[in-house]
Design a protein around this ligand. Sequence first.
Ligand SMILES: [Zn+2]
Ligand SMILES: [Zn+2]
Length: 342
Amino acid sequence: MRMTTNMQAQVKRAIAALALSALAISSGSARAAASCPALRWTTLGTAGGPVPTAERSEPANLLTIGERRILVDTGDGTVDQLARIGLDLGGVDTVFISHNHLDHTGGLAAVIGLRWMNQFPGVLTVYGPVGTRAVVDGIVASLATPGSIGFGLGTPPPRPAGSVRVIELADGQSLDLGQGASVKAVANSHFDHDGQSHSRPDTSNVSLSYRFALGSRSLTYTGDTGPSAAVTALARGSDMFVTEIIALDALLGEIRIRRKDASPEMLSGMERHLSTHHLRPEAIGEIAAQAGVGRVVLTHFAVPPGPLPQYEPAIRAGIAARYAGPVDLARDLQSFDVGCRP
Ligand SMILES: [Zn+2]
Ligand SMILES: [Zn+2]
């Protein structure tokens, strides 16, 4: 079909209108971004380690706060999950580690090593509890051999130690992250046992929870945690509370099936550990209600391997017994925004 002059003019007008509306949308979204910078939590991996699962990647998260992209925990597979959302390692210059259990740090070597090997500019800053420096020093030491081999580019590779620095945080410490963003860290109860607190700032036995704020908006993240007054106080008034969860009865049932060799003492020790060092739905509901958070996002699912939906009704009922706000069960690569109030 040949287009008449009239039809050609109509097409041109339509194209011009589309271009104008696209411009309006992009300038509108640019204005919105300027007046309401992003505060977004992306669950890269939602498994509750340390048992690898086919359904979910190991614990890792990406925080978008204004223009910055920050990793919060870096379980195994973090770099693959970043690739799946289209973000390369050059876009990340900061990591926060909640605690140095390997399900939360298993992917840190790849983050540091591949960032160095790709020679992305800038220094990666890793924040975490006491003990994080030793972990990172070990990773850097492991890069000596690939460093001595070189990258085949004709010039010696940069020193791996120059690509990363560590700042260890104490219980209660706050940091200014720039551009109106800040973070506060508190020690939680993940390493407490037998009623005795082992979360002392002078040891590596500290598990930190973080509250990130941007202007008047905030979100609180707790990695592995038992019931904790410190976490409740940290989360008070947060728009979003991101937390681990354990389906204790289901998990213990699975352990009993898989570990026929386990003695009653071992099983009761396991039950005590899992119930005091992790958060059951009722405990999450209690914290969320007491802290008055706006919504709850569940991740780090300590449940038996397999599809999550079979545990969802019990999880929701446990939380709803104490907390009436919205609750999301996060999937890998899902994002949650804390929007601006009108
Ligand atoms: Zn964990
Ligand atoms: Zn842990």
